[in-house]
Design a protein around this ligand. Structure first.
Ligand code: ADP
Length: 358
């Protein structure tokens, strides 16, 4: 196991800068997730750590060694891709053993490792099968097993669950987390799926357009996103982002005025007339009872468009009556609402975010 440190890593492909200013240090044994939309540079970072790409500039350390010029196979890292790429003519046991045989590891040790890996991934019954006799989930477990058997210093995973169907993806995700708890190998995991990022990570690195937007533990990033991109990316349904104007000591949201407590105004320091984007998570919006609605000056009025009962909770998509801007609202499972209903909403003012509209 080893820590991994990137210092100001940059990678250009001809005229395209894929990543830049990439700096972080992953402590030994932690599970970090690189997350962001397609094309943001996640795979380039991972491939650079693996040695499959070389950095245009910057320094990369694995443990205490500078490895910029160390070839991939000498870096003591193992990588698993989304297309598991097993050897089709080999059995599961042979696939797991292959990397060790190439390294001329003693055959008794290989056998032991195959048995141990098979046990920790529940593959014992499948060791004599060929890949085509396995389900997608089982194949991916074999690919993981092949990587683990090498006992690498660092484990690199590039969207390893994206070819699995939903149920299998959830199960394998939980297995991966457990496996990491058992083995404690420093792990770097790339995904565009924010649920995977939130559930697996000790720390999340959010990327956009080749740059780091925020690094932090999942709860903290969710509660205190550094900017609108991070806020809108993490969360399902995503944070609501509404264009607003600061005026008359309140927020004008499409012609509906939210009065803002004075302590918030002091912190905001927005000039009157300033345009900005207001962020509010779906779980921080509450539906007023009719009585409250009649009395409340500080509310947004919306028309229900879609109601999605999910059992434990209900998701409502509703449009602001004066602008048709859509809002996601997460509420309890037992509301009885229909498209066309008018609602008065109360926002949790402590959970509002103010973002630069640029
Ligand atoms: P992600 O993994 O987040 O989807 P990538 O790291 O694959 O993103 O790509 C980041 C950017 O670098 C993209 O704009 C992509 O087009 C570009 N890129 C990646 N690899 C190459 C390459 N081999 N040649 C040219 N451009 C590349």
């Amino acid at each position: 196991m080893a820590k991994v440190r990137l210092e100001d890593i940059k990678r250009r492909f001809n005229n395209v800068t894929a990543i830049e200013d990439i700096s972080f240090e992953i402590p030994d044994g932690e599970f970090w997730v690189l997350v962001g939309p397609s094309g943001c540079g996640k795979s380039t970072i991972l491939r650079t750590i693996a040695g499959l790409e070389s950095a245009t500039s910057g320094k990369l350390f694995i443990g205490d060694s500078l490895v910029n010029n160390v070839p991939a196979r000498q870096r003591d890292v193992a990588m698993v891709f989304q297309n598991y790429a097993l050897y089709p003519h080999m059995t599961v046991a042979q696939n797991i053993a292959f990397g060790l045989q190439m390294r001329k590891v003693d055959s008794k040790i290989i056998q032991e490792r195959v048995v141990n890996v098979a046990r920790s991934l529940s593959l014992e019954q499948l060791l004599n099968r060929k890949p085509k006799q396995l389900s997608g989930g089982q194949q991916q477990r074999v690919a993981l097993g092949r990587a683990i058997a090498r006992e690498p210093q660092v484990f690199l995973l590039d969207e390893p669950l994206s070819n699995l169907d939903a149920q299998l993806r959830d199960d394998t995700r939980a297995e991966l987390k457990q496996l990491h708890q058992e083995l404690g190998i420093t792990t770097i995991y790339v995904t565009h799926d924010q649920v995977e990022a939130m559930t697996l990570a000790d720390k999340i690195v959010v990327l956009n357009r080749g740059r780091i937007q925020q690094i932090g533990d999942p709860q903290n990033i969710y509660a205190r996103p550094a900017n609108q991109m991070v806020a809108a990316f993490l969360g399902n349904p995503p944070m609501n982002i509404l264009p607003a104007i600061y005026k008359d000591d309140g927020f004008d949201v499409s012609g509906q005025l939210l009065a803002i407590p004075s302590y918030m105004q002091d912190n905001l320091r927005l000039p009157q007339g300033q345009n900005f984007n207001l962020g509010i998570r779906p779980e921080h919006i509450f539906i007023n009872e009719p009585q409250q609605a009649a009395e409340n000056q500080n509310q947004l009025v919306v028309e229900v468009k879609v109601v999605e009962p999910l059992g434990r909770e209900t998701l409502i998509r509703a449009a602001l009556v004066k602008s048709a801007a859509l809002l996601n609202i997460q509420t309890s499972g037992n509301v009885r609402l229909h498209p066309g209903d008018r609602l008065s909403l109360q926002l949790d003012l402590n959970e509002l975010f103010v973002f630069d509209p640029k």
